[in-house]
Design a protein around this ligand. Structure first.
Ligand code: KG4
Ligand code: ZN
Length: 349
């Protein structure tokens, strides 16, 4: 089954062609980061206008690079949530139009479930069926959550952030430090040369069941507003000059506080599970990858990290999950509107 996937939930315009859920024939990702950089964040109006302008060309390139004709496409898939409403609309309505024109099925995909699936996109990774039940960590600019998966398609949210996502904590920290946007990759690079133990920033914890959604365990939830405030006060009391040699230590210590909380929550979530899958833009972070590998080694876990090309937003994971039978199909797909606040799953409590 060959699926054309479309992803426009935030500021990447992406299209990909994937065979049988795992073989990526092409994957085109057009980043809009330069357009949003002057504003220090994604501007929804700019994002949707850019998606409208660029998506047809991105789809053409994906088709061309895959070397397949329209007649060989078996289904068209697109993200229907969560994300920016006006951005999602461009991808979903384009997919609906294409599916109707080609007289092929439409598959509407949950972006977070696609991140969960992304570690399985590597040809060398085992299939979900071989892996069996697993825990997924989705860690990105918009989301940070732990999901228990009995199998692909059977999800249960275990914990999530109660304030900022981990990527947001990186980006806001970088902003306070006067670094560029998006801050995550810069923090990763600068932090590599610093001492992560130089400053003890707080490891945010969620203690009360009242602070989390129904059925969630506070000890599996995340909170990043405290570490950001701690950095703000640290910089007020210890201002850094331009080119200050202390910068790498501050960055490494701040990064360590974020990474440590992730490792702690993963360790707790893995008490009775043996496979941990990790996807989302922040899973590109080298310190996080190292400490996840250390955790897996220490606890004898199987760790499936998404390949770097499938970590940040991409359409291959959309086409991939669609090819594995995930998402809304038939009239459910054609009938759905975009759902900007779509949860990762409907939890049974
Ligand atoms: O998955 P993604 O592309 O978009 C969302 O769905 O949110 O993730 C983007 C986020 C941004 O916050 C970015 O700063 C962060 O991922 N990020 C990183 C790294 N690369 C990207 N954070 C830390 N270290 C990195 N190397
Ligand atoms: Zn994403």
């Amino acid at each position: 089954m060959i699926v054309l996937g479309i992803e426009t939930s935030c500021d990447e315009t992406a299209a990909a062609v994937v065979r049988d859920g795992r073989e990526t024939l092409s994957s085109i990702i057009l980043s809009q980061v330069e357009l949003h950089r002057p504003y220090g964040g994604v501007v929804p109006e700019i994002a949707s206008r850019q998606h409208s302008e660029m998506l047809p060309g991105v789809i053409d390139r994906a088709m061309h690079d895959a070397g397949v004709g329209w007649a060989q496409i078996d289904a068209v898939a697109a993200t229907y949530g969560p994300g920016l409403a006006s951005s999602l609309m461009v991808g979903l309505s384009t997919a609906k139009g294409l599916a109707m024109r080609l007289e092929k099925p439409l598959i509407a995909i949950n972006h977070l479930q696609a991140h969960i699936y992304s570690p399985f996109m590597s040809p060398e990774a085992p299939t979900p069926a071989v892996v069996g039940p697993f825990v997924a960590l989705v860690i990105s600019g918009g989301h940070t959550c732990l999901v228990q998966c009995a199998a692909l398609g059977e999800y249960r949210l275990l914990g999530e952030t109660i304030d900022d996502a981990a990527g947001e904590a990186f980006d806001k920290g970088a902003n306070l430090l006067g670094l560029g946007y998006p801050g995550g990759p810069l923090m990763d690079k600068i932090g590599r040369t610093g001492n992560p133990k130089a400053i003890m920033f707080p490891r945010g914890r969620v203690r009360s069941p009242r602070d989390v959604g129904a059925g969630l365990q506070p000890e599996l939830c995340f909170s990043y507003s405290g570490v950001k405030t701690a950095l703000l006060y640290y910089l007020r009391d210890n201002p850094l000059a331009a080119g200050d040699p202390r910068l790498p230590d501050v960055v490494a210590s701040y990064q360590e506080a974020i990474v440590d909380t992730v490792i702690d929550r993963c360790e707790r979530a893995m008490e009775t599970m043996s496979t941990l899958c990790v996807g989302g833009g922040v899973s590109l972070n080298s310190r996080l990858r190292l400490k996840l590998q250390d955790l897996a080694h220490r606890r004898g876990l199987r760790l499936l990290l998404a390949k770097p090309v499938f970590c940040a937003d991409n359409a291959a994971m959309i086409a991939g999950l669609a090819g594995m039978g995930g998402g809304l199909t038939g009239q459910h797909a054609f009938g759905t509107d975009v759902v900007p606040a779509l949860p990762v799953c409907a939890n049974w409590v």
